[in-house]
Design a protein around this ligand. Structure first.
Ligand SMILES: Nc1ncnc2c1ncn2[C@@H]1O[C@H](COP(=O)(O)OP(=O)(O)OP(=O)(O)O)[C@@H](O)[C@H]1O
Ligand SMILES: [Mg+2]
Length: 402
């Protein structure tokens, strides 16, 4: 059963363990009410795939999933011919086939007679539906998840267009299959390439950003991580602080959950910078990120803490920024969050976008990113607001590393 209202969507998604905000609940309701495909974009680990799974669970529908990847054969996303079965049948029918061609005067007329039987072997009996066709032919309405659509080639994207526009698929030898029940279609993208305008136009679009602090805390609580509430709240603050740093891969909800579980397993009763530093590898995925995060942890745990190397003026790294000048942009060799940065926002202080935008040090994705010597030039770089958007790199042409 689809969602009856925004509130119904919110409650039923919560019932299957997926916590929404207003925008998400509204979009989930609209998708089911309008029957439009939903395109979810956003950084890794913010719950895109999980939303599709939760919509399936909440509506009692079967989930069919097509995982996209580069070089995927577009026809195989739709259906495949069961060659093994075809071969078996021809062998079992050898005598019958022999009779058909028995009195053929020459090879070409024998071939003609066999060709006349084509339709027997290229019929639905020998067709193996793959997720896209299965979603249309299923006798029950389903949820179709087209995951990581940005990794699909353009040929496959073209197949999606026909499917999403008409809810039908053509198999040349058999004919056109039209959906008995329109599936609820969810597409997800990490934006490793720009999707076509035609595809976007056919979908409701939702950008899933990192959640607000209170929702993230609620999600952590709902996962029974075993971490005490107060510590979880503090941890969410630290993770949000980490997201403001110039990390190559900002920690996502899934990393916060993992971190909470790790700390609970270790029996941690108090969050301190050393304890967090020991377990930082749960949330940082690159050596360089680990270094940055380790350096910034004391300040993230306690905003009044002094970070080593920033005491006095004797650090001698020569970037020449004005200490104590809040508006001075952080140079590439200085700490990404200036010592004068405002303390981390309280859990109820919205999603902190303004705070983040204010200190958003640019350039995390340009070619100078990997700490190259030229990165120390401190030249101005482009700034985009919003944590998710920053790690998400809209319109990015760079492919995700395999
Ligand atoms: N709103 C939410 N409610 C409950 N759990 C959530 C929510 N959002 C994210 N999670 C948790 O975060 C984890 C990661 O989510 P998911 O795998 O759906 O991310 P994703 O956006 O698809 O990431 P990727 O782009 O890497 O595939 C999920 O396993 C889920 O436990
Ligand atoms: Mg996913």
């Amino acid at each position: 059963m689809t969602f009856a209202s925004v509130e119904d969507a919110r409650e039923r998604l919560r019932g299957v363990g997926y916590l929404t905000d207003d925008r998400l609940a509204t979009t989930a309701f609209l998708q089911s009410a309008l029957g439009k495909p939903l395109l979810l974009e956003g950084p890794a680990g913010v719950g895109k795939t999980q939303l599709a799974q939760s919509v399936a669970a909440a509506t009692g529908r079967r989930l069919l999933r097509l995982q996209c990847y580069e070089g995927q054969d577009e026809t195989k996303a739709l259906y495949e011919w069961d060659y093994g079965k075809q071969l078996l049948y021809t062998q079992m029918l050898r005598d019958k086939i022999g009779q058909v061609v028995q009195d053929a005067p020459d090879i070409s007329s024998a071939v003609e007679r066999i060709a006349a039987q084509d339709s027997v072997f290229f019929s639905e009996r020998f067709l193996v539906p793959r997720p896209l066709l299965e979603a249309l032919t299923s006798p029950e309405p389903v949820v179709l998840l087209i995951d990581e659509v940005d990794r699909a080639d353009e040929a496959l994207e073209a197949v999606f267009l026909e499917l999403l526009a008409e809810f039908q698929v053509s198999v040349p030898e058999v004919g056109t299959f039209t959906a008995e029940h329109h599936p609820l279609v969810v597409l997800t993208s990490n934006n490793t390439r720009d999707l076509s305008a035609a595809l976007k136009r056919r979908c409701l679009h939702l950008f899933l950003d990192y959640p607000a602090a209170d929702r993230e805390l609620e999600i952590i609580r709902s996962k029974d991580t075993g971490l005490a509430d107060a510590l979880a709240e503090q941890l969410v603050g630290v993770v949000r602080g980490l997201r403001e740093l110039e990390l190559r891969k900002a920690p996502s909800i899934s990393e916060t959950i993992d971190w909470a579980r790790t700390l609970a397993v270790l029996g941690v009763t108090e969050l301190s910078a050393p304890v967090l530093a020991e377990t930082l590898n749960v949330v940082t995925k690159y050596e360089r990120d680990l270094g940055i995060a380790t350096r910034e942890l004391p300040r993230l745990v306690d905003p009044n803490a002094t970070v080593p190397g920033e005491r006095g003026h004797g650090h001698g790294h020569g970037h020449g920024h004005g200490h104590g000048a809040p508006e001075t942009p952080a140079g590439p060799t200085s700490a990404p969050v200036p010592a004068s940065a405002p303390p981390r926002p309280a859990p109820d202080a919205g999603d902190g976008r303004d705070v983040r935008a204010g200190k958003d040090a640019p350039g995390r994705h340009d070619e100078q990113y990997y700490g190259s010597p030229s990165a120390a030039s401190g030249r101005p770089r482009t700034v985009t607001p919003g944590q998710g958007s920053r790690s998400f790199r809209p319109g990015g042409a760079r492919k995700r590393p395999l």
